[in-house]
Design a protein around this ligand. Structure first.
Ligand code: ADP
Ligand code: MG
Length: 520
C-alpha cells in the first residue's frame, strides 16, 4: 500500500469516526426525550404500589430502574457539554501518568512502555473529560490483553498537534467491527456497556481533535489521538506601541489618555482570563478591567496604603466567591507585562531617557509594588479561607457530638464511628459545657455505633463519665458491645460504677421517662 492509499483510508476513517461522535449526540438527544416519560411511569408505579404490593410491580420497577440507569449513562458519556466544566490548560503526559497509576494492580503481567516527548506542550480542554477518555482507552487496551502483554503509550508533538498513541498487543478488532467502534452500546464484552468509546470519540471531536484506529486481529490495536496544542502568545521584549502623548504629560495622565489601548493590550496578554471577565463580574461583582486601572494607578503613583487595602479587599472577594486563583495570577502578571510596555513607551515618547540608575530604581519600585499587591492579596485570600475552614471544622465537631434533648432533664448522645483521644477531647468539652448550660440531669450515651476503642481511649472515656458525675448528672450507657465491656473491665470499671448500664437505647429511654414521670 503506498502512502496515498493509506492517507485516503485514514481520512475515510476520520469521517466515519466523527459521524459516530454525532450518532452519540443524537442518541443522547433521544435518551433525554425518553427519560422524561419513563420517570413519570416510575412515579405512577410507586403510587400503584402504595395501594397494595404486587410482585409484577416490583419487576416493572426494577426493569424501569435499569432502563433509566442506561439512559443516564448514555447521557453522561455522549454529551460532554451537558456537564459544565471549564476549559483549562492540560499537560496530557502528566495526566497519562496519573491515569496509569490507577491501573497499578493490573500491571503484573502487562509491561507498560511510555515514550513521552515534549511533555511541556499543553492542550486546552475539559480536563476531567479528557482524563475519562484516556482512562477508557487504556482500560480497553488492558482488557484486550487479558492480563498479559505490552501497553505502549507515546506522547509527542507534530506541527500544531499533540499526538498520543495507545497501543496494545491484545486481541485486536476484526475489520468489519471497526466500523462499529464508538456506536453507543456496541460491545463484544459480556460485562461491557459499549459506552467507553462513545465518550472518547465525542470528547476528542468536541475539542477539535481527531482519532484513528489501526488494528490487526490477534496482533493488537493502536489508537492515535491528535489534539491541537495550546496557542501561545508569548512576546518577549518590550513593544513600541502607537500611543498618545503630549508634552509634559504625567505618567498617570499618560495611562489615563491611553486607557483603551491599555485594556486592549492587557486582554491580549491574559488570554485565559479574557473569556472569564464577564463571568467573574457576574459572580463576584468584580470588574477586572476597572481594577487593573486602579492597580496601575496605585503602583505608578506609589500610593502604598491604598494599594494594600485594595489588595486585601480583592483577596477576600476572591476567596468569598471561590474564584480560581490561577486567573488572578495570570491577570496580575499580564498587568505587569503591559505596564512595562507602557513605561517603555512613555520613556520613548517623553524622551526622558532615564539613566541606568534611574531605570533600576523605577524597576525596583514598580515590581515591588506589584509584589506587595500579590502578597497582601494572597494573605487576605488565605485568611478568609482559613476562617471558613475553622468555622466548618467547628460545625463538624458539633455534629460529631450530637447531644439531643428528650425533655428538660434528659438528653441522648448517640456516638458513631471511631472514638479516639482527639475526638474524646471534643466530646468532653461539649458534654461538660452542655450539662452546665442546660442543667442536664441524665445523659444517655449510646455506644452501639462505635468501633472498638483503644485502651487509652477507654480510660479517657471513663474520665469523662467521672466528670459528668462530678457535675451532678447521671450517665446511662447503652449499646455496649462485648469488646468495649472487656476494655472497661480491664481498667477496673464495673465494681464502682459511675454509670448505669442498659442493654439498648430504647430500654433506657423507656425506663428513664417512666422514672421521671413517677417523680412528678
Ligand atoms: P466496552 O469496553 O464496555 O465494551 P467500549 O466502547 O469501550 O465499550 O468498547 C467497545 C468495543 O470496542 C469493545 O467491546 C471491544 O470489542 C472494542 N475495543 C475497544 N478497544 C479495543 C482494544 N484496544 N482492543 C480490542 N478491542 C477493542
Ligand atoms: Mg471500554
Amino acid at each position: 500500500m503506498n502512502t496515498n492509499d493509506r492517507m485516503t483510508q485514514e481520512s475515510e476513517k476520520d469521517t466515519h469516526l466523527s459521524q459516530l461522535a454525532s450518532v452519540g449526540q443524537i442518541a443522547a438527544g433521544i435518551a433525554h426525550e425518553v427519560r422524561n416519560p419513563l420517570t413519570a411511569v416510575k412515579g405512577f408505579l410507586q403510587l400503584l404500589q402504595q395501594d397494595g404490593r404486587n410482585e409484577y410491580i416490583d419487576i416493572a420497577q426494577s426493569e424501569l430502574e435499569n432502563a433509566l440507569t442506561t439512559l443516564n449513562n448514555l447521557l453522561q458519556v455522549s454529551k460532554p457539554d451537558l456537564q459544565d466544566e471549564e476549559s483549562q490548560t492540560i499537560y496530557l503526559a502528566v495526566e497519562l501518568e496519573s491515569i496509569l497509576n490507577l491501573f497499578q494492580d493490573k500491571l503484573y503481567d502487562i509491561t507498560v512502555n511510555t515514550d513521552f516527548n515534549y511533555t511541556n506542550v499543553p492542550i486546552v480542554g475539559k480536563k476531567n473529560q479528557f482524563k475519562k477518555a484516556f482512562f477508557n482507552l487504556i482500560k480497553n487496551a488492558m482488557e484486550s490483553m487479558y492480563g498479559e502483554g505490552t501497553l505502549s503509550i507515546m506522547h509527542d508533538v507534530k506541527g500544531n498537534d499533540v499526538i498520543v498513541t495507545i497501543k496494545d498487543t491484545g486481541v485486536g478488532i476484526p475489520k468489519d467491527k471497526i466500523q462499529l467502534l464508538g456506536t453507543p452500546f456496541f460491545t463484544t464484552k459480556e460485562q461491557g456497556t459499549g459506552m467507553g468509546l462513545t465518550q472518547v470519540f465525542s470528547v476528542i471531536y468536541q475539542q477539535g481533535g481527531n482519532i484513528t484506529v489501526d488494528s490487526q486481529e490477534d496482533q493488537g490495536t493502536m489508537f492515535t489521538i491528535k489534539i491541537p496544542k495550546q496557542q501561545q502568545v508569548k512576546q518577549r521584549g518590550v513593544k513600541t506601541l502607537n500611543l498618545h502623548y503630549e508634552e509634559r504629560l504625567t505618567m498617570k495622565d499618560f495611562f489615563f489618555e491611553n486607557r483603551y489601548e491599555f485594556e486592549e493590550r492587557l486582554l491580549l496578554e491574559a488570554i485565559n482570563v479574557k473569556d472569564k471577565i464577564e463571568e467573574i463580574h457576574k459572580i463576584g461583582n468584580i470588574n477586572l478591567l476597572e481594577n487593573a486601572h486602579k492597580l496601575v494607578l496605585f503602583v505608578v503613583e506609589e500610593r502604598e496604603h491604598e494599594l494594600i487595602s485594595f489588595a486585601k479587599q480583592e483577596g477576600m472577594a476572591w476567596a468569598k466567591y471561590s474564584l480560581t486563583l490561577a486567573f488572578k495570577l495570570e491577570w496580575i502578571q499580564a498587568i505587569r507585562r503591559t505596564l512595562w510596555d507602557f513605561l517603555y513607551n512613555f520613556d520613548l515618547l517623553s524622551k526622558t531617557e532615564a539613566d541606568r540608575k534611574e531605570f533600576y530604581t523605577l524597576e525596583k519600585q514598580i515590581n515591588e509594588n506589584i509584589d506587595q499587591f500579590l502578597t497582601y492579596f494572597f494573605i487576605s485570600y488565605s485568611n478568609y479561607k482559613d476562617e471558613l475552614l475553622a468555622a466548618q471544622r467547628k460545625m463538624v465537631d458539633d455534629l460529631s457530638v450530637p447531644i439531643i434533648p428528650i425533655n428538660r432533664e434528659i438528653c441522648i448522645l448517640p456516638l458513631i464511628g471511631t472514638i479516639d483521644l482527639m475526638r474524646l477531647s471534643t466530646i468532653q468539652e461539649k458534654v461538660l459545657s452542655q450539662i452546665e448550660h442546660h442543667h442536664i440531669q441524665t445523659l444517655i450515651i449510646d455506644l452501639s455505633g462505635v468501633t472498638p476503642m483503644e485502651l487509652d481511649a477507654s480510660n479517657q472515656f471513663i474520665k469523662i463519665i467521672e466528670g459528668i458525675s462530678m457535675m451532678g448528672c447521671k450517665t446511662i450507657l447503652t449499646g455496649l458491645r462485648a469488646d468495649i465491656v472487656k476494655n472497661l473491665i480491664q481498667i477496673g470499671v464495673g465494681f464502682n460504677p459511675l454509670a448505669e448500664f442498659k442493654g439498648t437505647l430504647q430500654q433506657a429511654l423507656n425506663d428513664v421517662i417512666y422514672d421521671s414521670q413517677l417523680n412528678k
